[in-house]
Design a protein around this ligand. Structure first.
Ligand SMILES: *[C@@H]1O[C@H](CO)[C@@H](O)[C@H](O)[C@H]1NC(C)=O
Ligand SMILES: *[C@@H]1O[C@H](CO)[C@@H](O)[C@H](O)[C@H]1NC(C)=O
Ligand SMILES: *[C@@H]1O[C@H](CO)[C@@H](O)[C@H](O)[C@H]1NC(C)=O
Ligand SMILES: [Zn+2]
Length: 285
């Protein structure tokens, strides 16, 4: 199911509803637990945020103190990528150390379907630091925009260093309406295993996911945008290095829909950027 971004009127309506319902306790015990890769460890928390209504992106920063960065952060993601907000380079500033295949798990977390990587099995090196692939997941439509345009979907490959620093590689997927069968093998396996019950306990094994081919493909999708931003889901932690491939991977519209139909609309709206010029003048003041 897709929803359209909230109009000013519906946001006003949500304020009214919040005002009225704040006295009514909401049951949260039925909420699913989800895994999030933050600051060097896996944290399990209730999914008390969503992509619409009173727990949607505009309110994440007010849902708890631990989500404050969603509201107060000045380098939040996703963004509208352009020469003003990010750097563009023909090659990605990383070296891949991915195996040809690895044994992963596919889990439906409710807000996305995630491929969980085996520990320290697939690495990237950036500026001499090694980052290990933790998981990859899908957003639909894309979270990043390129000069105002969104794409059909966006894959995030989340990597973490031993000291907890995060690098995310982002890859756009575009619907191919003419070729009903076209899809990379890694996408096909992900999609085929995705229809599992929500929850980490119900994860399906993917014994030989061809992750090496994925890395090879990524390297060909230049040019690449780089900037420093945040996680795009609560707690919206900053200091995340982003490398976004500008060229998209084409996937059959039918096959892409088979995967995206398992998740809600799950793209955070683009965040304001504070360009380097502006920041430089702040330093001078
Ligand atoms: C592009 O990447 C190359 C190789 O990593 C680097 O030498 C160059 O400075 C980069 N250019 C920009 C504009 O970032
Ligand atoms: C996105 O960036 C482009 C290029 O700088 C700009 O023309 C456009 O207005 C921006 N869109 C939004 C919604 O900020
Ligand atoms: C990025 O991709 C878009 C959409 O395909 C294309 O129009 C644009 O020219 C590309 N930008 C660069 C810098 O290659
Ligand atoms: Zn993501």
């Amino acid at each position: 199911m897709r929803t359209t971004p909230h109009s000013a009127a519906s946001i006003f309506a949500i304020f009214l509803i919040l005002g009225i319902s704040s006295a009514i306790p909401t049951p949260r015990d039925s909420a699913d637990c989800v895994a999030e890769a933050i600051s060097g460890r896996r944290v399990f928390r209730r999914q008390d945020w969503s992509y619409e209504g009173a727990t949607g992106p505009r309110f994440w920063g007010t849902l708890g103190e631990e989500f404050e960065a969603c509201r107060k952060g000045r380098r939040q993601s996703p963004i509208n990528l352009s020469s003003e907000s990010a750097r563009l380079n023909s090659s990605a500033p990383i070296v891949f150390k991915y195996p040809r295949k690895f044994g992963a798990k596919v889990a439906n977390l409710g807000h996305t379907v995630e491929v969980i990587a085996p520990e320290d099995s697939a690495l990237i090196v950036r500026d001499g630091v090694e980052y290990s692939l933790v998981q990859m997941h899908l957003h639909s439509p894309s979270e990043h925009h390129v000069t105002s345009h969104a794409r059909s979907a966006e894959v995030h490959l989340v990597h973490r260093s031993a000291s907890g620093d995060v690098q995310v590689l982002a890859m756009f997927l575009d619907e191919d309406l003419d070729s009903p069968h076209v899809a990379p093998a890694w996408f096909r396996q992900w999609k085929d295993l995705a229809p599992v019950k929500v929850g980490l306990d119900n994860a399906a094994p993917a014994p030989a996911l061809p992750v090496g081919a994925l890395a090879k493909t990524f390297a060909t999708l230049g040019p690449f945008w780089t900037y420093e931003g945040s996680l795009t889901t609560p707690p919206c932690t900053e200091g995340v290095g982003w490398i976004v491939a500008n060229t998209s991977v084409r996937v059959s519209a039918r096959l892409l829909r088979e995967l995206t139909s398992l998740m809600p609309f799950n793209a955070r709206y683009t965040q304001p950027t504070h360009g380097e010029g502006e920041e430089a003048s702040l330093v001078v003041q």
